[in-house]
Design a protein around this ligand. Structure first.
Ligand code: G1P
Length: 289
């Protein structure tokens, strides 16, 4: 199986749901505890063996570029003050030169279009896509679980979770051919179907391993629901020649594109932090809920 070396991070979205916080700051830089959302996705990709990181950006996103670059002045200051733990945080988010690429999506034409913008950087090899709004609190990083499935069955792979039927209109939904409890083989999929039309309640979460055939389909630039070029439609169009599986990942997904998901992620990740958990747990108990 070809190694998955490259990952695409679509970060062009405007983040209007988090205004005013996102007026001058990318939504991907919102912190969960003390780390920006985008860094969770990047660290997950690193843990899955990704070697090249491709960001599809837009207006107002330069803070992301700065975040993953070296900051010599701050490093010097922290070293001088012997703050080596903080220095390590900086180094952990600094990429080696050439390992990260940025390209722009100049119009908001949908997720499929955003991925297509990275086509020349991806080339002719399978690649991962990580939507940074979704963060996954898992023992084995979610993308690593997908890579493990990919190494067994190949083809296109997505993370899935079961959602209440009334929520199918928020997700890409699979039409299920077979299901062994973890791995779901799909023979169709539809983007954001109404509950009564949804072929199942198996929803695509924001992690993908995709074959280059998906990029070929995206070349057609066909608009789907909401007039946007949908990644789900391009994946569906490859079903006649590329197998498609969903992986019911082990762990919890937080949809940080909405406020409740974002707040819950902050609580869960803070409770999981050895340096914060006890004091935070106590503070939560003191809340009059
Ligand atoms: C996108 C995809 C959808 C997927 C979802 C997961 O939708 O188009 O298929 O289920 O991400 O978060 P969006 O949330 O961008 O509307």
């Amino acid at each position: 199986m070809t190694k998955i070396r490259k990952a695409v991070f679509p970060v062009g979205g405007l983040g209007t749901r988090f205004l005013p916080a996102t007026k001058a700051m990318p939504k991907e830089m919102l912190p969960v505890v003390d780390k920006p959302l985008i860094q969770y996705a990047v660290e997950e990709a690193q843990a899955a063996g990704i070697e090249h990181f491709i960001f599809v950006t837009g207006h107002n996103k330069t803070a992301i570029e700065d975040h993953f670059d070296a900051n010599p002045a701050l490093e010097k200051l922290l070293a001088k003050e012997n703050k080596f733990d903080l220095l390590k945080f900086l180094q952990d988010s600094t990429f080696d030169s050439g390992k990260i690429s940025y390209t722009r999506q100049s119009e908001p034409k949908g997720l499929g279009h955003a991925v297509w913008c990275a086509r020349d950087l991806i080339g002719d090899e399978p690649f991962a896509v990580l939507l940074p709004d979704d963060i996954f609190h898992c023992k084995t990083p979610c993308l690593k679980q997908l890579v493990e499935a990919y190494n067994q069955v190949g083809g296109n792979i997505v993370a899935i979770n079961d959602v209440p039927r009334e929520q199918t209109n928020r997700y890409g939904i699979l039409s299920v051919e077979s299901d062994d409890g973890v791995l779901v083989k799909a023979n169709g999929m539809v983007e954001k179907p109404a509950p009564e039309k949804a072929p199942s309640t198996c929803a695509i979460s924001g992690r993908y391993i995709l074959s280059p055939e998906v990029l070929d389909e995206l070349n057609h630039q066909k608009a789907g629901i909401k007039g946007e070029i949908q990644l789900t439609d391009a994946m569906a169009a490859t079903l006649d020649r590329v197998s498609f599986h969903g992986v019911r990942f082990e762990g919890t997904r937080f949809d940080c594109g909405n406020k409740i998901g974002f707040l819950m992620a902050n609580i869960e990740y803070a409770l999981d932090r050895p340096d914060l958990s006890e004091e935070f747990r106590q503070a939560l108990k003191n809340l009059k809920l």
